[in-house]
Structure formats: C-alpha cells, structure tokens
Ligand binder design. Structure first.
Ligand SMILES: [Zn+2]
Length: 103
C-alpha cells in the first residue's frame, strides 16, 4: 500500500524532486558542453563523459522511483537506504550494506 504524503512530507518530496531535476539539468548541460565523441577522444574526456552519463541515468532512475513510490528503498535488497546517504547523494540507489558488498 502506498501512503499519500501529506504536509511536511509532501514539501520534502517536492523539494527532493526539484533537487533531482536540477541535478539532471546540470548533467545534461555538462554533456551538451562536451565536444562530440570521436575516434580521437582522449581517455580522460571519455571517462568524464561516461561518468556524467552514468550519474544522469541514476538521477533519472531516482525520479522514476520517486514517481513509483519506491524512492529510498535499496534496489538490490529492498531495505531502506539511510537518510544521511540520501541527503549526501539523493540519487543513491543502494543501501550501505549492498554498496559495501559490491566494492
Ligand atoms: Zn541493499
């Protein structure tokens, strides 16, 4: 059962959505500012592009989880992700236990 957020919870979720949208906008702008990938793209630039694309994907996935009502649940094990981890990185998708087990 999905509970309908009310009051302060609704305001928090609205601010969270705005923060995620700003992060998506920044990453999209970063990608647009990079020269198009080509055969002579250096390894640093290619790695930067891949990193920005990966984060952009994570931000969009977080927005999808927000819409689905599953934001804050670890995508690997389903347990809740620590609030401090979500505050540090709002598009975090795994709990600390699962992150440590894959490193
Ligand atoms: Zn987990």
């Amino acid at each position: 059962m999905t509970l309908k957020p009310v009051g302060a919870q609704r305001a928090y979720l609205d601010e969270l959505r705005s923060e995620l949208l700003r992060a998506a906008y920044r990453r999209t702008h970063q990608l647009g500012a990079l020269p198009p990938p080509g055969v002579d793209e250096d390894v640093v630039q290619a790695a930067h592009r891949a990193s920005v694309q990966r984060i952009l994907g994570q931000v969009h996935a977080a927005l999808d989880r927000l819409d689905a009502g599953t934001y804050g649940e670890c995508v690997a094990c389903g347990r809740l992700v620590a609030l401090q981890d979500l505050r540090r990185c709002p598009w975090t998708e795994r709990c600390g236990t699962c992150i440590r087990s894959t490193v």
